[in-house]
Design a protein around this ligand. Structure first.
Ligand code: SF4
Length: 180
């Protein structure tokens, strides 16, 4: 499983390929040293899901490890409702639907499908304001674009590949104090 891409890193890569490097560098450290307060707050709420405290209903599957051999990706889901065939990813506060959020759901969906689960609905849930965002299942073009992103991630080299710096993104970036 070593070569597998962590699903949580897809969002980082889309935000900025360089942030992928920092994500990998710091993933084994105390996350409070680099996570913003906002992210820590979201993570605490996620931990309730991971501890299984979100629901005791039998049709709700929570925080299971998932993988896809086809795409060489692995990670965890937040919530899968086996009755509705709905995959739900919870975020602390969704102010905008980023492509990274959508790709995270696609990645989880492909893993679940490969593991034998049917997925009919994709949902993003914003916990702070209790908003639900329905995401369409990907069409062929969207699947191809998702696959292209995974290919770029696999080929990306922090030392040799040039990236376009977006100052607006840098201002919001949790790694800005570490990144030159
Ligand atoms: S500070 Fe800017 S260049 Fe550095 S990782 Fe963040 S977004 Fe990328």
């Amino acid at each position: 499983m070593e070569e597998y891409i962590q699903i949580s890193k897809i969002n980082d890569f889309i935000f900025c390929p360089r942030s992928l490097y920092f994500h990998s560098l710091f993933e084994n450290f105390d996350e409070k040293t680099y996570h913003s307060t906002f992210q820590v707050e979201g993570k605490i709420k996620h931990e309730n899901v991971e501890k299984g405290t979100y629901s005791t209903r039998k049709n709700i599957i929570q925080a299971i490890e998932i993988y896809s051999d086809k795409y060489q990706i692995a990670g965890k889901i937040d919530i899968y409702d086996s009755e509705k065939k709905e995959l739900i990813e919870r975020k602390n506060k969704i102010s905008r639907i980023y492509l990274g959020y959508i790709y995270q759901l696609y990645a989880q969906m492909f893993c679940l499908q490969e593991m034998g689960f049917e997925v009919k609905f994709l949902t993003l849930y914003s916990m702070k304001d209790n908003k639900v965002y329905k995401i369409d299942l990907p069409d062929k073009k969207e699947i191809r674009e998702f696959e292209d992103t995974l290919d770029k991630m696999k080929k990306f080299n922090i030392l040799t590949d040039k990236i376009t710096i977006n100052e607006e993104k840098c201002k919001m970036c949790i790694y800005k104090s570490l990144c030159r």
